[in-house]
Design a protein around this ligand. Sequence first.
Ligand code: CO
Ligand code: CO
Length: 322
Amino acid sequence: MAEILAVLPKIQDPNLLVGFEKSSDAAVYQLTKDLALVFTVDFFTPIVDDPYWFGQIAAANSLSDVYAMGGRPLLALNIVCFPKKELDKGILKEILRGGLQKVLEAQAVLGGGHSIDDREIKYGLSVVGTVHPKRYITNAGARPGDRLFLTKPLGLGIITTAIKGNMASDSLIRRAMEIMAQLNQKAAEAMVEIGAHAATDITGFGLLGHALEMAEASGVELHILAHKVPFIKEALDLVKMGLVPEGDYENLRFCEKKIKVEGNIDESLLTIFYDAQTSGGLLISVPEEKARSFWEKLLEKGVFEAAEIGFVRKGPARVVVS
Ligand code: CO
Ligand code: CO
């Protein structure tokens, strides 16, 4: 997308603090001295069979880009594609009910939306949030010495692929749905309170893809300690059985050259680090001296699956995994 937009005339508006040029999560537009708006939009096709859960997951995913920038969601609008003639409207009702629940949980307001007739179901939100124009967080602020945190376990892409192939148990489906439907709200609160240097949410490019974006945007080397990265155990079993989503190979091909693997790391585990996530957690770069209190804050707020996964060093813009 960034390459396609790059050929269009550059937008020059001093109030557009963050646009599309920096592979950031959302756009930030300054209104007054101490108020900026955060804008984002996201929608996709069902990844789980249950419409109510799908609605929750799609909404949590859409809200996530506002959280990733340290913003607070204010207003959301539904984006709906639905085969009105072929499918029971009750399904759509359940999707929207799931979405609304997440908007309410985010303490935002649902202001309406737009729907069109389409062959395939698609759902998501456009979200407007608020942030202080001097205190928004991007993926460009990581500094040498920082500690890196990941707030949700990986493996969600592998599991949703397994769901489509009827290879996931009910309990595994349930666990993945709960993780994906979880808002990044609490993790974002903690990072804003502590004064994190940088953040991004882990979605389509996987942990290593998004870590590389952060390394390049910040001009630093990110060092990830493989044994500290949280992941869903069953996802590793599925990879070992040969289940690897096509997108994960693409992620590997795309950023492999700038990822340096040191020592003997299990191939299957590396696949999980490349795995495209839906509504994944935040990757947060925190000043070293605040790492301990940040960790305590995460626990206080109930972000129990978060982990410290590495650190930031001076060096070429790349990611080292060891
Ligand atoms: Co994002
Ligand atoms: Co997004």
